[in-house]
Ligand binder design. Structure first.
Ligand code: NAD
Length: 298
């Protein structure tokens, strides 16, 4: 059986690697954090002492790392995944990064006889846990076909959106929209509760009206209204607000280079920047509700 290396076992990599193990794949993992590595080992992932050790026997290498710099360094820098992996290895990068980095790394990988697809995900930690992520994939059809059984073990929907980097472009389009929706949703909720409405009833109204969106339906920002989401656990363990800023800034860069207007995205990005500056960078992005409402009052 093809051996899998999984690098980056954080909020997302942890449940994704666990779902691979549960589907019967042979997964070796590495994370810079000993705590994350130990948790993955508890899920049946074989812990490695380094990236090099994790990839040594792997036919497929999955990365779920924070930023584009982390991905470039892992593949082309010190860890040297491209150079040290097995010839012919397939790389699946599920981190959210700029397509520019993917295009650069993919070209080096191809020249070295390796293959790479970008396969970023949406659905957050709840859908990572339930194995229902949405994958948006850039790269060659044949490489996606090889990756498909793994993606199916971690996700419910797989979209092939184009060549190298296209997956990340689709992901940035999605995340600028999800940031705008979350910022708008907390604004509407704040308006309602400040004017005497019950947030639970207001939620039902808006979910069944033209304001319905993912934040209301599956990722509610108002504490106490939905189980299993970050607002139910003090905004811990979800999608960090500074990652939301990272993604929206990348989308903004894309808008600049393609000379596209992004006025709503620009404004929402700045709201998330302000929220991070207020000390909430490490909290889930739905905590932006704190920017518009004092939760202690409700
Ligand atoms: P995280 O910070 O929880 O996890 C990242 C992990 O990578 C950490 O455990 C860190 O120690 C590890 N790491 C960093 N550099 C490493 C290296 N060189 N080798 C091995 N491990 C390394 O982040 P996350 O929330 O899991 O997000 C990871 C990526 O997925 C980001 O690009 C993020 O934007 C994207 N993403 C996150 C979510 C979400 O809801 N959390 C959803 C979709 C996409």
């Amino acid at each position: 059986m093809t051996k899998i290396a999984f690098l980056g076992l954080g909020n997302m990599g942890q449940p994704m690697s666990r779902n691979l193990v549960e589907a019967g794949f042979d997964v070796t993992g590495f994370d810079l954090s000993g705590e994350a590595l130990a948790a993955a080992a508890g899920n049946g992932v074989t812990p490695a002492a380094s990236t090099e050790e994790a990839i040594a026997e792997a036919g497929i290498v999955i990365t779920m790392l924070p930023t584009g710099d982390d991905v470039r360094n892992a593949f082309l820098g010190g860890s040297g995944i491209v150079e040290k992996s097995r010839p012919g290895a397939l790389f699946i990068d599920s981190s959210t990064i700029s397509s520019t980095v993917t295009v650069e790394v993919e070209a080096v990988a191809r020249a070295a006889g390796r293959r790479m697809i970008d396969a970023p995900v949406s659905g957050g930690t709840p859908r990572a846990q339930s194995g229902e992520l949405t994958f948006m994939v850039g790269g060659a059809e044949a490489d996606l076909d090889e990756a498909r059984p793994l993606l199916e073990a971690m996700g419910a929907r797989i979209y092939h959106v184009g060549g190298p980097g296209a997956g990340h472009t689709a992901k940035l389009c999605n995340n600028i929209l999800s940031g705008i929706c979350m910022a708008g949703t907390v604004e509407a909720l704040a308006l309602g509760v400040a004017n005497g409405l019950d947030p639970a009833i207001l939620t039902e109204v808006m979910k069944n009206s033209s304001g319905s969106n993912y934040a209301l339906e599956r990722y509610h920002p108002f504490p106490g209204l939905m189980d299993g989401v970050p607002s139910a656990r003090n905004f811990a363990g979800g999608f960090r607000s500074d990652f939301q800023v990272k993604d929206m800034r990348l989308a903004r860069e894309l808008a600049n280079t393609s000379r596209t207007l992004a006025p709503m995205g620009n404004l929402a990005t700045d709201l998330f920047v302000l929220h991070c500056q207020n000390g909430h960078a490490g909290e889930d992005y739905s905590s932006i509700i704190k920017l518009v409402i004092d939760l202690d009052e409700y």
